[in-house]
Design a protein around this ligand. Structure first.
Ligand code: ZN
Length: 110
C-alpha cells in the first residue's frame, strides 16, 4: 500500500472494526524499522493502552491485509494489555484479516 492508500483505508477499517475511540496512525516505514525481536515483518503495531493510541508501521509494498492484521492487534490487545505474538495467534489474525478483506472486496472503499 502507498501512504495515500493507507490513509484512505484506515478510517474505513477503524469504523468496521469498531475502533473509532482509538487514535490510530499508520504509515509505511523503511525496511530497517521493520523488525521485531530480530525477525523481519510486514507490519508492526505499537499500542499505547492508556492513551488509546496505536501506531502501525507497514513495510513498503505491504498489502491491505497486513493493515487489517495490525488493526486486529488493537482489537484483541488494545484494552487487555495482553501482548501475544506466538505463531498460532498470528496465523489466526491472518485468517480473520483475509476473511474481512474477502468480504470487503464485494463493496470496495469508495
Ligand atoms: Zn501480528
Amino acid at each position: 500500500m502507498t501512504q495515500r492508500e493507507i490513509l484512505r483505508a484506515l478510517p474505513f477499517w477503524q469504523r468496521a472494526l469498531r475502533l473509532e475511540d482509538w487514535r490510530i496512525e499508520a504509515r509505511t516505514a523503511p525496511a530497517r524499522e521493520m523488525s521485531h525481536n530480530g525477525d523481519e515483518c510486514e507490519g508492526l503495531c505499537f499500542i499505547h493502552q492508556e492513551e488509546m493510541f496505536a501506531e502501525i508501521l507497514l513495510r513498503r509494498g505491504a498489502t491491505e491485509e497486513t493493515l487489517v492484521h495490525e488493526m486486529l492487534h488493537v482489537v484483541f490487545e488494545g484494552d487487555s494489555g495482553l501482548r501475544a505474538y506466538d505463531a498460532l495467534y498470528e496465523r489466526g489474525l491472518n485468517r480473520v484479516a483475509q476473511a474481512l478483506i474477502g468480504l470487503r472486496s464485494s463493496s470496495p472503499i469508495p
